[in-house]
Design a protein around this ligand. Structure first.
Ligand SMILES: *Cc1c(COP(=O)(O)O)cnc(C)c1O
Length: 363
């Protein structure tokens, strides 16, 4: 490999983060969420690394589930969006894939289906995210209907929290209350139905949201979703290191500008290093001048617009920066959440949107 731009995936860090998720809620089972190519980390590699420990893997859709089955993953799998067409249900039954049922049209699909093996169904309740799920007032009725279908085996109740990462607890409290009410109503007729509530933020910050099955995603990749007063990041190890090298260094006079559109102008004589990573490699073009970048472990600042294949950094205050010096765009020493704060986005998006072009190397 010649161009030095790559992401390194630290599988030990992944294991550590999974174990941390499990320790937080030792009586629960822990679903590793590996949708969207494991948030850009490589779903097969991540799932193979966690295959001996993960109680279940969650993905968005059947295609993602089959990719895991095809590399030999035999753990239980859950489709978070369920099925889009009824013919998928046959594959789910054959390959032991559980489905979320979030809408009446999916209930209708199941009603008319005959399957060799009944499906394990996760009935999603919309407690306030208002994206997927049956309304709380209809949940017991839908549950009873599903119970009667030959195509349906085990049932689990699931909901999703909209703002467990935020300091204001009101909305999460309301969601938890609505979910508890549904659970009680269903338990009156069908006791012992398992439940699943917590994503990473729920698991980290909301002990009341920990239940039979927790569903951490981002925290497995070592990024805390709690951005204010966070005391969790210290327990997590970022899994993705986005690296490149300095490929040019120059000194420019005060008043000279750097990059397309001349958006950054030197306020003094400045040393500018060019790094072989740009938006074509997954570094966001929205990153503002001033975004931190590590050179030889020291903090430099992005200067001017990010190009497709390169970006420029001001290294005036760092001694002796040379061609070939190591650059970390984000990783264990520079958290992707911090970089995201300069790019009007979240650490979730930065890691998930990495393009194929950037080679992935396993550590
Ligand atoms: C993506 C997702 C998760 C994981 O969320 P994180 O914030 O990454 O922990 C959990 N549950 C559902 C339904 C999801 O879609």
């Amino acid at each position: 490999m010649s161009r030095p731009t790559r992401i390194r995936i630290d599988l030990d860090a992944l294991q550590h983060n999974y174990q941390y998720a499990r320790q937080l809620s030792p009586d629960s089972r822990t679903i590793a969420v590996v949708k969207a190519d494991a948030y850009g980390h490589g779903a097969s590699d991540v799932a193979l690394a966690l295959a001996n420990s993960a109680d279940m893997f969650a993905v968005s859709c059947l295609e993602e589930a089959m990719d895991l089955r095809n590399v030999g993953i035999s753990n239980p799998l859950l489709l978070l969006e369920g099925c889009f067409h009824s013919d998928e249900l046959i594959h789910c039954s054959e390959f032991d894939i559980s489905v979320v049922i979030h809408h009446q049209h999916q209930v209708d699909m199941l009603a008319t289906m005959t399957l060799k093996r009944p499906l394990s169904v996760w009935l999603k309740v919309d407690t306030g995210m208002h994206r997927l799920g049956v309304m709380p007032e209809n949940a017991a009725e839908v549950f009873t209907a599903l119970k009667a279908f030959n195509s349906v085996g085990d049932l689990t109740l699931i909901t999703h929290l909209a703002s467990a990462d935020e300091a204001d607890p009101a909305h999460t409290q309301m969601q938890l209350e609505r979910f508890t009410a549904v659970q009680k109503q269903i338990a009156a007729q069908y006791p012992g139905v398992p439940a699943s509530i917590a994503n990473s933020a729920g698991l980290l910050a909301w002990p009341q949201a920990r239940s039979d099955w927790n569903r951490p995603g981002i925290m497995l990749y070592g990024l805390s979703p709690i951005l204010e007063n966070d005391d969790h990041q210290g327990h997590l190890i970022p899994v993705m290191q986005f690296e490149s090298e300095v490929i040019a260094v120059r000194t420019i006079a005060e008043g000279e500008s750097v990059g397309y559109g001349n958006t950054w102008t030197a306020q003094r004589e400045s040393v500018i290093a060019t790094v072989a990573a740009g938006y074509g490699d997954g570094y966001p073009r929205t990153a503002a001048s001033g975004t931190p970048v590590l050179v030889n472990g020291e903090r430099a600042r992005l200067s001017g617009r990010v190009s497709m294949d390169m970006l420029s950094i001001d290294v005036t205050d760092i001694e002796q920066v040379q061609v070939g010096d190591k650059v970390e765009l984000w990783g264990q020493r520079l958290n992707a959440n911090e970089v995201a704060g300069w790019c009007k986005t979240s650490g979730y998006e930065l890691v998930t949107r990495m393009p194929k072009r950037t080679p992935r190397v396993l550590d």
